[in-house]
Design a protein. Structure first.
Length: 675
C-alpha cells in the first residue's frame, strides 16, 4: 500500500440538504453467493495463514466453558499452549535468525484466529509470545535476542509483561516502581503499595521471568520509564529472593489465565538485564540513548509495543464473529408463532425486530474486519522498512488505538445482543455465548482503556502526529492548537484512489439517494471535519490569559471523544470501500449492500447530530430509517451465507443451540444442515 497519509487533500463538495427523499425500494439480490467467495475476500493477503490456523485449531479442544476450579482451567490452558508451541504457532512473528518466520502481519493474523476458540488460550498466548516475547524483541538488542527468543518460542521460558501498577495503568510515564543503578547492577524496588505490579498475566502460576517497567535512576538522575528482565521464580517454581507474588484469584472471565501481583524488595539484577535498544548504561555507570528527547524516547519505546493493541482488536473481532454465527444460525432454526394461513411457525430471523438486533452488527463486523486487515497490513509494511518517518509511526499508533477501542466495544455490545437474540438458550454455558461475554468484557480496558485510547486518537488529529508536542501538557496542547490548527485535513487510507474516482464520477453527492456511495463517504467526512474544527475552537480558549487549561480540556472531553469516534468511523468505511474495490465479482453486490447497512445504521445511530447540524432533512431522516429496514429485509436471506463466510471451524460451533430441533417440526429435515 502507499504511505498511510500520503494522499492529497480532497476537493470539498457541498452536500445537498433538504430535498424531498422518496422511500428507497431495493431489488432482491438475484444470485446466491457462495460463502467461499466471501471467505476469500475476508482472508485477504494472509489467506494461507488463516487457512493454516483453521487446520491447526482442529487439533485443539473446543472451548469447554469455565468448568472445574481455577487451577484445572489454568492447567488445561497451559497444556494447549504447549501444543501450540510444539506445532510452531509462535514462530510466525519472530526473527528468522532465531528460528522464526519474520512475518509480523502473519503473527497478528494467527493470534486473531485463536479468538475463534478458547479466549483464555488467546490471552495466554498473547502474554507469552506477544507481550513478553514481543517486548524482548522490540526493546532488547542482540544479546537479549540470542539468549531468550528461542526459549520464549519453545516455552522453555515462560514470562510476564509487568507494566500495569495498582496506582498507574494508563499513565505509564508515572509508574512508581524503581530501577536504581548501584555498583554494576540495577536494584528493582516497589516503594509503595500503589507501585505493585497488578493484573499481570502468567504471574500467579507459570511465569519464571518478567519484563518489568520501572523508573530508571542512574547517578541520582531519573531517565524515565525503561524495561528490565527480572527473574521472579527459580527452577523449582519458588519465588526468587525479594520477589513476592500474589494470585489475583477468580475473575469474571478468562480464568484459564493466571493473573497475579508482583512486589519487589530491592531485587538486584545485572546491568545486562536492561532492555537497551532505547537506553543503556555502560560499565562505568554512564547512561546513553540514541534519542535525546526524553518524551520522544518514551513514546518511541511504547510505540514499538503496538502489536498487542492491534492483536486485541483482531481477537475481539473473532469473538464477535463467533457470537453472530451462533445467533444467526439459531435465528434460522428457532420458530415462534404461526404465519397466518400457512399452519407453520415463523423462523425468528424473519421478524424485522430480530433482524435489527443482528444484521447491523453483522455489517459492522464486516466493516471492522476490513479495517483491521488494513491496519495489520500497515503494521507489517512499516515493520519491514529500515527507517520509518515519525508521523507514519504515530499515525499507525493512533489508528491502532482507535480500532482497538471501537472493535472491543462492538464485541461487548454484539455478544450481548446475540445472547438476547437466543433467549434462555443463549444463557446456557454449553452454547458459548455466556463465556464469550465474560471473556471479552475486560478487552475494553486492557491493552489500553478505551476512553483513554480515544483521547490519544484525538490528540493525534489535533497535532498531526508531531513528536514535538509529546511533552506538552494540557496548556501546551491547547496553545499548539491555537497557533497551528487552521483546518481539519481529511487524510485518506487505502481507498484514496477509489474515493477520488467515486467523487469525480458521481458529480455532486445528493442525500436524495442514500445508497449513493459518494454521498455516504462525504457524509462521514463532513461530520469528522465539522467535529474536529469545533473541538479546536474550544481548546483554543485554554491559550487565553487566565484560563484554567485543565478545566478547558476537561469541559471539552466529550467533544474530544466524539472527534476520535467519528474519525474511526470514517477510516472504517474507507477500508470497506477499498475491500469492495478488490473483491471477487461474485461477492461485490452482496457486500455492497452490507456496506450500505453499515453506513446507514451508523448514521441512524447518530441521526440527532446530523439533524441538529443540518446534515439531514427530517424527510431524509425518516427515509433513512425505512432504508435500514429495507436493507435488513434484503439481507435476511443471505444472513447464513454472510456468517458462513467467516469460515469458523465446525467443531467450534458444535453446540446445542446450533443443533436445535423442534419435535414434530416439518422443517426438521431441512434444518439438519445447521448441525
Amino acid at each position: 500500500m502507499d504511505g498511510l497519509l500520503a494522499g492529497k487533500r480532497p476537493v470539498r463538495r457541498k452536500i445537498s440538504y433538504g430535498r424531498k427523499v422518496d422511500q428507497v425500494k431495493l431489488s432482491p439480490l438475484e444470485d446466491a453467493v457462495d460463502p467461499e467467495a466471501l471467505r476469500r475476500v475476508l482472508d485477504g493477503r494472509w489467506e494461507p495463514v488463516r487457512q493454516a490456523a483453521r487446520r491447526r485449531m482442529q487439533e485443539l479442544r473446543p472451548p469447554a466453558g469455565e468448568t472445574g476450579d481455577v487451577e484445572e482451567q489454568r492447567a488445561r490452558v497451559l497444556e494447549e499452549l504447549r501444543r501450540l508451541a510444539k506445532e510452531g504457532y509462535p514462530r510466525q512473528g519472530f526473527p528468522k535468525e532465531y528460528g522464526g518466520k519474520g512475518d509480523i502481519g502473519g503473527s497478528v493474523i494467527s493470534f486473531e484466529m485463536l479468538g475463534l476458540g478458547d479466549l483464555s488460550l488467546l490471552v495466554k498466548a498473547g502474554v507469552q509470545w506477544g507481550l513478553f516475547g514481543g517486548a524482548i524483541q522490540a526493546l532488547g538488542t542482540e544479546r537479549h535476542h540470542r539468549l531468550y527468543l528461542r526459549q520464549v518460542m519453545d516455552l522453555e521460558l515462560l514470562g510476564c509483561f509487568a507494566m500495569t501498577e495498582s496506582g498507574h495503568g494508563s499513565d505509564v510515564a508515572h509508574l512508581e516502581t524503581m530501577a536504581t543503578y548501584e555498583a554494576g547492577a540495577f536494584v528493582i524496588h516497589t516503594p509503595v503499595e500503589s507501585a505493585r505490579k497488578d493484573y499481570i498475566g502468567n504471574a500467579a502460576r507459570d511465569g519464571r521471568m518478567a519484563v518489568v517497567f520501572a523508573q530508571l535512576i542512574v547517578g541520582g538522575e531519573s531517565h524515565g520509564v525503561h524495561a528490565l528482565l527480572v527473574p521472579i521464580r527459580d527452577e523449582h517454581g519458588r519465588p526468587c529472593p525479594g520477589v513476592r507474588i500474589e494470585d489475583c484469584g477468580p475473575k469474571g472471565g478468562l480464568n484459564g489465565v493466571d493473573n497475579g501481583r508482583l512486589y519487589f524488595d530491592h531485587v538486584r539484577v545485572p546491568r545486562e538485564a536492561l532492555l537497551n535498544r532505547f537506553g543503556d548504561v555502560d560499565a562505568e555507570g554512564v547512561y546513553s540513548s540514541p534519542i535525546d528527547n526524553p518524551a520522544r524516547r518514551f513514546f518511541t519505546m511504547l510505540g514499538t509495543l503496538i502489536r498487542g493493541r492491534v492483536s486485541i482488536a483482531g481477537g475481539a473481532g473473532s469473538a464477535s464473529k463467533t457470537a453472530l454465527t451462533l445467533a444467526v444460525r439459531y435465528g434460522e432454526a428457532r420458530r415462534q408463532f404461526d404465519r397466518p394461513g400457512t399452519g407453520t411457525e415463523v423462523p425468528i430471523l424473519d421478524y424485522l425486530a430480530h433482524q435489527r438486533k443482528l444484521l447491523p452488527a453483522l455489517a459492522t463486523a464486516y466493516a471492522l474486519h476490513f479495517a483491521q486487515e488494513e491496519l495489520v497490513t500497515a503494521l507489517h509494511d512499516l515493520h519491514g522498512e529500515d527507517e520509518v518517518e515519525d508521523w507514519r509511526q504515530r499515525e499507525l499508533e493512533s489508528r491502532a488505538a482507535g480500532l482497538k477501542a471501537i472493535s472491543t466495544w462492538h464485541a461487548t455490545q454484539t455478544i450481548q445482543a446475540c445472547r438476547e437474540a437466543c433467549g434462555g438458550a443463549g444463557y446456557l454455558t454449553a452454547n458459548r455465548l455466556p463465556q464469550l461475554k465474560a471473556d471479552t468484557d475486560v478487552f475494553t480496558t486492557f491493552e489500553g482503556d478505551n476512553t483513554v485510547l480515544l483521547q490519544l486518537v484525538a490528540k493525534g488529529l489535533l497535532t498531526r502526529f508531531q513528536h514535538d508536542v509529546d511533552d506538552l501538557g494540557t496548556l501546551g496542547l491547547a496553545r499548539f492548537v491555537a497557533e497551528q490548527f487552521a483546518e481539519a485535513l481529511i487524510e485518506r487510507t487505502a481507498a484514496r484512489s477509489t474515493i477520488a474516482r467515486l467523487l469525480t464520477a458521481r458529480g455532486e453527492p445528493s442525500e436524495a439517494d442514500l445508497l449513493d456511495r459518494a454521498w455516504q463517504l462525504q457524509a462521514f467526512e463532513d461530520r469528522e471535519k465539522h467535529v474536529l474544527e469545533g473541538l479546536a475552537r474550544r481548546l483554543r480558549r485554554a491559550a487565553s490569559d487566565g484560563a484554567d487549561p485543565f478545566e478547558v480540556f476537561n469541559d471539552a472531553q466529550d467533544h474530544v471523544l466524539r472527534a476520535a469516534r467519528v474519525h474511526v468511523d470514517r477510516i472504517v468505511l474507507e477500508a470497506f470501500v477499498a475491500a469492495l474495490d478488490r473483491c471477487d465479482e461474485a461477492a461485490t453486490e452482496l457486500l455492497g449492500r452490507v456496506c450500505d447497512l453499515y453506513v446507514l445504521s451508523t448514521i441512524e445511530a447518530d441521526r440527532a447530530w446530523f439533524l441538529e447540524h443540518g446534515r439531514l432533512s427530517p424527510a431524509t431522516a425518516k427515509a433513512l430509517l425505512e432504508t435500514v429496514n429495507e436493507l435488513c429485509k434484503l439481507l435476511r436471506p443471505h444472513a447464513r451465507t454472510l456468517v458462513d463466510g467467516f469460515a469458523i471451524p465446525p467443531h467450534l460451533l458444535d453446540v446445542p443451540i446450533v443443533r436445535y430441533r423442534k419435535l414434530g417440526d416439518p422443517f426438521a429435515a431441512s434444518l439438519s444442515r445447521l448441525a
